[in-house]
Design a protein around this ligand. Structure first.
Ligand SMILES: Cc1cc2nc3c(=O)[nH]c(=O)nc-3n(C[C@H](O)[C@H](O)[C@H](O)COP(=O)(O)OP(=O)(O)OC[C@H]3O[C@@H](n4cnc5c(N)ncnc54)[C@H](O)[C@@H]3O)c2cc1C
Length: 481
């Protein structure tokens, strides 16, 4: 897009090259619009980023996972070729730690021969991590999400767990690893609506919806395929361009000013940023501006939740699992990066092993030192993999992401804006906007596509960029609303 181009019907400036901005850029450039994408970092992917860690001499990221039901993200990956770098898994392994008298115990939950919603029922019934009493409470609870999940997001998930009388072990071994892992906050700070959505879409509606997809490339490399597609379609990408100010000019055009003083103008401006960066740029508009008055009060209702990842390189193989949920610990998930990345690097997973441990909702860890986090993670890991005691830890890193996600706190939906909420050709995208999804890459991609639809509509070009949800399978055809 030329600096002052204003002639294209869908001429848009997009600020932020995370999943939301990239999705909008692909949709708009694919529809023939002149689009510029301005990103302050040297790489794309936003919070789903990777970078070469100088001290570790490794490219690291915080492992991101998608599900089969992430229909828009999957579609974007298919369009751009990024899907070649997703490893798909049908089942999830849950590990209980060993004790002085019992070894590590494994439960695998995945699809079997029964039709949905019962596709995981046999493995669930066999799972030793839950007693019959736990399983019957869980099954009773899941019935709530059989047809759909609540339209209102007012009820905290903690209240739902109490109301449906979930047992302590059902909470620790089933609800917690899945909900804290996907919604990234404590039960009182997550609404039942989004918890129900996770179970309806990924556990009950179809086996395909519950497949676990793990990018096998470092994340910024993974998302660079999407950026390349936008560029091939004519979009211009400007990395290392941090926008400091936005303004609406007297001729109705929007202008974005970068930190080096350069300006770019367009008919439409899309802020594809996290909520706090959106608030910062809206704050550069005059106090009398309607967009600022309309949105800033809503943004005050959003809060962040942190994720901490621990990166460990051992001198020998620790496990032949690619990933697992580690129960009864601070660690939600273990990712075996050596195995997950093995097709990319063409190395045999025989010698060193690189494991990544993920602590979701890691509020306490924000106040701990790197050494404290590492020490406690290693002590917990030994309980699952005793070989860790003999193995040499070659190197280790701890990555704290204080602003990893926004929390889907009960009642937040009424403050999540639609893409066109600001008006006057200013648009919003980002996982935190009203996408119908929690803080995820799918939510971000949906928001980018919804914003692109709104921009197209405003110029008289009705377009439908959203991919439909996966259809219900098996008996769910009769149950799903
Ligand atoms: C550690 C971690 C683990 C996660 N795990 C998962 C997971 O397993 N699955 C999942 O689906 N989601 C996960 N998420 C959440 C997921 O990363 C986000 O929901 C998603 O990436 C948000 O995308 P976005 O485009 O809305 O925002 P962002 O990714 O934040 O993109 C915004 C972009 O705007 C840029 N920017 C900001 N300010 C400016 C400015 N002034 N000028 C120019 N550019 C600017 C930023 O650099 C960034 O690139 C995780 C997040 C973290 C941090």
């Amino acid at each position: 897009m030329s600096e002052q181009s204003t002639t294209g019907v869908l001429d848009a400036l997009i600020i932020g090259a995370g999943a939301a901005g990239l999705a909008a850029a692909v949709a708009l450039s694919g529809a023939g619009a002149k689009v510029a994408l301005l990103e302050r970092k040297p790489f794309v992917g936003g919070r789903a980023y990777s970078y070469p860690h100088p001290a570790l001499d490794e490219v690291i990221d915080s492992q991101h996972v998608l599900l089969g039901c992430c229909s828009n993200l999957v579609d974007l990956c298919n369009l751009s070729g990024a899907s070649r770098h997703i490893r798909w898994y049908d089942s999830i392994t849950f590990l209980e730690p060993s004790s002085p008298t019992t070894p590590t115990r494994r439960s695998d939950i995945g699809p079997g021969p029964l039709p949905s919603p019962g596709h995981s029922a046999l493995s669930f019934l066999r799972a030793p991590m839950l007693s019959l009493a736990d399983k019957s409470r869980i099954a009773f609870g899941l019935l709530d999400f059989l047809r759909a999940y609540p339209a209102s997001d007012d009820e905290p998930f903690s209240a739902w767990l109490q109301r449906t009388r979930q047992t302590d072990r059902a909470i620790r071994h089933f609800w917690e690893p899945i909900i804290v892992g996907t919604l990234n906050d404590t039960f009182d700070r997550c609404s039942t609506r989004y918890a129900g959505q996770v179970f309806h879409e990924s556990f009950m509606k179809s086996a395909e919806g519950g497949r676990l997809g793990i990018p096998s490339q470092p994340l910024s490399e993974f998302y660079s395929a999407v950026a390349r597609l936008a560029e091939e379609q004519g979009a211009s990408l400007y990395p290392r361009t941090s926008i400091d100010r936005i303004e609406c000019l007297s001729n109705g055009l929007w202008q974005a000013t970068a930190s080096d003083g350069s300006t770019r103008r367009a008919q439409s401006l899309l802020l594809a940023l996290p909520f706090e960066q959106t608030a910062r740029l809206l704050g550069t508009l005059p106090e009398s501006s309607l967009q600022r008055q309309r949105l800033l009060p809503s943004l005050a209702h959003f809060t962040h939740a942190p994720i901490t990842t621990i990166h460990l390189w051992f001198d020998r193989p620790i496990t032949d699992l690619d990933h697992a949920a580690l129960l009864d610990t601070r660690i939600q998930w273990m990712f075996n990066k050596t195995r997950i990345r093995r097709l990319e690097t063409n190395t045999q997973p025989t010698e060193c092993q690189y494991l990544e441990l993920v602590i979701s909702a890691s509020h306490p860890e924000l106040h701990q030192s790197r050494e404290e986090i590492l020490k406690s993670a290693l002590a917990e890991l030994v309980r699952f993999f005793p070989i860790v005691r003999e193995a040499k830890l070659v190197k280790a890193g701890v990555l704290k992401e204080a602003r990893a996600t926004f929390s889907v706190t009960p009642g937040l939906d009424r403050f999540r804006p639609t893409p066109s909420a600001p008006g006057a050709n200013l648009y919003l995208a980002g996982d935190w906007t009203l996408s119908g999804w929690p803080s995820t890459m799918e939510g971000a991609v949906r928001s980018g596509r919804l914003a692109a639809e709104a921009i197209a509509r405003a110029t008289g070009n009705a377009a439908n960029f959203l991919t439909p949800d996966l259809p219900p399978a098996g008996l769910m055809k009769f149950f799903s609303r």
